[in-house]
Write a protein that binds this ligand. Structure first.
Ligand code: IPM
Ligand code: MN
Length: 377
C-alpha cells in the first residue's frame, strides 16, 4: 500500500556526505513550505564511521527502510583505512550493496554544463566549453561486469600471489540497461547538441573483449525497438578523446559498469567537476540518488565543498518521483529547483573553492533555498 506522501530514506553517510545532505534538506524544506511537499524525509545513520563505532555498517531498520522507500537519497560513504574483514570499503552496503540488492541496474549520470560554471584544468579556472555544447546523459550498467563479487586471491605456500577478478556480462543485465538508455534518449527527445539527432552511443572494447562483444550485440538487437534513435559506437579508449574534443556529438551514452565508472568521472570535468555530478541509480522498483563525488574526508567539517551535485541529485529524484507516482507536484518542484540552481550558477556569485571561489557550503545552500522561495511569489 502506498502512502499519500512519498517516503524518502536519507543516508547522509561519511565525510562530506552529511554536509551536502544538510544543504539538500534545507533546499527540500524551502520547496516544501506551505504544505507544498508531498514527501517525508527520514534519516538513517550508516557508513564507515558508523562501522568504526558500532561494528555494523548500518542497522537492519535502515536497510528495511530503503526497501520500503519510494526513493533513497545518499550522501557518500567511505573512510580511508576503515574496511570490512573481506577487504571491501566499510559502508559498501549503502552503495554497492543497495545497487545489487535493490537491482538498481542503470546508473544515470547527466553531464550538462550550466552557464556560469567554470572548468578547472591545471589549476586555472576558465570557461573552456560553451554551455550549449555539453548536454549528454551517461548511462552506466550498475550491477555486474567487474563489480560482480567473483574475485579472490590464490595463495601459494602461504603467500598470496595471484588476484583474480572475473568480468560478468549477462544477457539480462546488458539488455535492460541498453533498453533503459534507448528509452532515455527517446524520452528526452533533445538529441545531441551538434545536430539535434537522437543518438545512443555504445561504449565498449569489443575489438578485444568477449563481454564487450556480447554487450554490443545486445545493443544492436535492442536498437531495432528504437528506430527513432541513431546507433553510434565508440571503443572506450577512442571515446575518451572524443568526449573531451567533441562533447557536442553525444546525446545519450551507454557503457558497461567499470568503463562507465571511469568515463563518468572524466565527463564530470566537462560539467565543471565532480562538485556538479549527480547520479540516479535506477531499477524497476527502487531508486537511489547521490552526488557522485564521494566522502572526500580531507574536506569534511570545513563547510567548504560544493553542494550543487546534491541539488542536482534531488532534482533527479523529484522528477523520478513525479513519473513514478504520476504526480505533477514533484515535476513542478523539480522545475522550480532547477531554475533556482541555474539562476545562482549564472550569477557566479556562489562559487565554492573547486570553482576558484570562497563561498561556504552552507552559504550556497542558503542562496539556493532563498532562490527557491523567491520563485513562489
Ligand atoms: C561511483 C563510485 C563507486 C563505484 C565507489 C564508491 C564504490 O566510484 O559511484 O562511481 O565505483 O561505483
Ligand atoms: Mn566512480
Amino acid at each position: 500500500m502506498r502512502s499519500a506522501r512519498a517516503e524518502i530514506a536519507v543516508l547522509p553517510g561519511d565525510g562530506i556526505g552529511p554536509e551536502v545532505i544538510r544543504e539538500g534538506e534545507k533546499v527540500l524544506a524551502a520547496l516544501g513550505e506551505n504544505g507544498a511537499a508531498p514527501w517525508n524525509l527520514t534519516r538513517y545513520p550508516g557508513g564507515a564511521e558508523y562501522y568504526e563505532r558500532t561494528g555494523r555498517e548500518w542497522e537492519p531498520e535502515a536497510e528495511a527502510a530503503t526497501e520500503r522507500a519510494d526513493a533513497i537519497l545518499l550522501g557518500a560513504v567511505g573512510k580511508p583505512g576503515v574496511s570490512l574483514p573481506n577487504g571491501d570499503i566499510a559502508g559498501a552496503a549503502l552503495v554497492l550493496g543497495l545497487r545489487t540488492n535493490l537491482d538498481l541496474y542503470a546508473n544515470v549520470r547527466p553531464c550538462r554544463l550550466y552557464p556560469g560554471v567554470l572548468h578547472r584544468v591545471h589549476a586555472s579556472y576558465q570557461q573552456i566549453w560553451r554551455p550549449e555544447l555539453v548536454d549528454m546523459i551517461l548511462v552506466r550498467e550498475n550491477t555486474e561486469d567487474l563489480y560482480a563479487p567473483l574475485h579472490g586471491r590464490l595463495s601459494r605456500a602461504h603467500e598470496t600471489e595471484v588476484a583474480v577478478d572475473t568480468r560478468l556480462i549477462t544477457r539480462k543485465g546488458a539488455e535492460r540497461v541498453v533498453r533503459r538508455a534507448f528509452e532515455i534518449a527517446q524520452r528526452r527527445g533533445k538529441g545531441a547538441p551538434e545536430d539535434q539527432r537522437l543518438r545512443l552511443t555504445c561504449v565498449d572494447k569489443s575489438n578485444v573483449m568477449e563481454g564487450c562483444r556480447f554487450f554490443r550485440e545486445t545493443y544492436d538487437r535492442v536498437s531495432a525497438e528504437f528506430p527513432g534513435v541513431d546507433r553510434d559506437y565508440a571503443y572506450v579508449d577512442a571515446f575518451t578523446q572524443w568526449l573531451v574534443r567533441n562533447p557536442e556529438h553525444f546525446d545519450v551514452v551507454v557503457a558497461p559498469n567499470m568503463m562507465g565508472d571511469i568515463i563518468t568521472d572524466l565527463a564530470s570535468v566537462l560539467q565543471g567537476g565532480m562538485g556538479f555530478a549527480a547520479g540516479g541509480n535506477l531499477g524497476d522498483r527502487h531508486a537511489m540518488f547521490e552526488p557522485v563525488h564521494g566522502s572526500a574526508p580531507k574536506y569534511a567539517g570545513r563547510d567548504q565543498v560544493n553542494p550543487f551535485a546534491t541539488f542536482f541529485a534531488i532534482e533527479m529524484m523529484l522528477r523520478y518521483l513525479g513519473d513514478r507516482r504520476g504526480d505533477g507536484t514533484f515535476s513542478a518542484q523539480a522545475d522550480r529547483l532547477e531554475r533556482a540552481i541555474a539562476g545562482i550558477l549564472a550569477d557566479g556569485a556562489a562559487r565554492t573553492y573547486d570553482q576558484g571561489g570562497t563561498a561556504r557550503t552552507s552559504e550556497v545552500g542558503d542562496r539556493v533555498a532563498a532562490a527557491v522561495r523567491g520563485e513562489r511569489r
